[in-house]
Design a protein around this ligand. Structure first.
Ligand SMILES: [Zn+2]
Length: 208
């Protein structure tokens, strides 16, 4: 559409279109909104270059349809995820005497650059999963179900993933980015990093 308008001879255009057209021609990369502005101004005198006008209107109708169906799809996907999280939350709280959350900032996992503008080392897979899964939504679902059943929620404030749950030393996570299993640099315990994190959290909360 932009191409059609770029090559359009605007000579003799109706006055009501002048402002929208001028704005369109000023920008090197016109936005869809600027095209829509022209269509709206054009609607007041649709007989001027009517075939081009009709083409634009057709494009806009089709474009609106696409937007609607993609947002519909997104809503459906979000609802399904919500259902699934609710069920998982029920499963998690069933039979639990307390729930322990690790207190880390979920927004950090979305950062591509740190405060100094350096690229963060979050593995691509983790970043991708975060976008699809919205972990903070799952956390909220678990919290809700735990609250309903008056199951106490505790927060673990230390770093759980990089510390060995057996001896407290560092795990070899620095040269093992993206690996599921980590090995303790000191006692050589090898464990799934999530299991290790859970054991660390259990120990620290039990010690409170
Ligand atoms: Zn260890």
């Amino acid at each position: 559409m932009v191409a059609i308008l770029k090559h359009m001879d605007w000579y003799g255009m109706p006055e009501s279109m002048e402002e929208a057209v001028a704005r369109f021609r000023r920008t090197p990369k016109p936005s869809p909104a600027s095209v829509v502005r022209i269509i709206e101004a054009w609607a007041e005198c649709p007989h001027w270059h009517s075939s081009t006008y009709d083409t634009l209107v057709e494009w806009r109708t089709e474009d609106k349809k696409l937007w609607r169906s993609s947002s519909h799809l997104y809503d459906r996907m979000t609802n399904r995820r919500q259902d699934w999280y609710r069920n998982e939350a029920l499963r998690v709280v069933a039979g639990a005497s307390s729930i322990i959350f690790e207190n880390f900032d979920m927004s950090q996992t979305a950062r591509v650059e740190d405060e100094n503008g350096e690229k963060t080392e979050i593995p691509m897979a983790a970043r991708h999963n975060r976008v699809i899964a919205a972990p903070s939504v799952l956390r909220e679902a678990i919290k809700l179900q735990a609250d309903k059943r008056q199951i106490p929620i505790k927060t673990h404030r230390g770093k759980s993933t990089n510390k060995c749950s057996m001896c407290g030393s560092d795990m070899d996570s620095d040269n093992n980015r993206g690996q599921l299993h980590l090995t303790c640099k000191s006692c050589r315990t090898t464990m799934d990093q999530d299991k290790n994190a859970c054991l660390t959290m259990l120990k620290s909360v039990a010690a409170e």
